[in-house]
Design a protein around this ligand. Sequence first.
Ligand SMILES: Cc1cc2nc3c(=O)[nH]c(=O)nc-3n(C[C@H](O)[C@H](O)[C@H](O)COP(=O)(O)O)c2cc1C
Length: 253
Amino acid sequence: MTRYEQQRAFLKSNFHEFKHIKTDKIKGLPQPPVVKPFDPESRLIDLPKVSREVVGHADIYDCIDQRRSTRFYSAEALSLDELSYLLWATQGITGMSKNGLTLRTVPCSGATHTFETYLLIMRVEGVDQGIYRYLPAEHKLLFMFELDQLEQKVDAITLDQPFVPNFAKKASVMFAWSTTPYRSEWKYDISAHKKILIDAGHVCQNLYLASESIGAGACAVGIYDQKLIDEILELDGEEEFVIYMGAVGKKRE
Ligand SMILES: Cc1cc2nc3c(=O)[nH]c(=O)nc-3n(C[C@H](O)[C@H](O)[C@H](O)COP(=O)(O)O)c2cc1C
């Protein structure tokens, strides 16, 4: 197979092959946790309850129509209400399936939801700069640690940006979505990986639309330093690693 053929094969449905595979689920292996566990001694930050008031009079039609990747941000910080809303819009839990899986604001193949949301918070009212993890079941933030020279680190993580150099460090917050592939592999084996990538797209699209609805702008970031972000977030890079990022900030007038 040529390089392209190999990569294109990954994009195709492999359901016929998958049908004959004895998945770990079928073999009776234990189901992995549906969300990443956390130390109960961690510093947790309550997020305001999400209500439609945060969006004012925003209209879904306008949000879809006006959405653009936004790489220029004002100096205004996001409020905690707004951040709470963005987290809910991208990964919030809105129900449970009969077999104990989380149902969220975004669709996901087989409700496997392999993502965790990490935040590199630079400018959010009432929240110290630093690295946080979203706890979707609790709707809280888990404070991980402060990071010296956070903006410079964000700059290094987002490498040489082709459209607007160094834009990400001026965002209010960088979302970093990791995947824990085994949550999907347990059920979907070799067909998990294509699904995980598609799932990630839904998450970021909700970030775009929800940002638009609060006068903020988002920009997907697929160009990032894999090793550096995984190291910073203390991910092993194998069982869990960053798959996609997104920058958000209030729009410049
Ligand atoms: C998977 C993906 C990765 C992207 N990565 C970057 C990126 O690293 N830097 C950037 O400035 N824009 C990035 N973008 C934004 C695209 O460049 C943008 O969506 C495209 O130019 C179309 O513009 P629009 O979103 O304003 O319609 C990415 C978009 C997607 C969907």
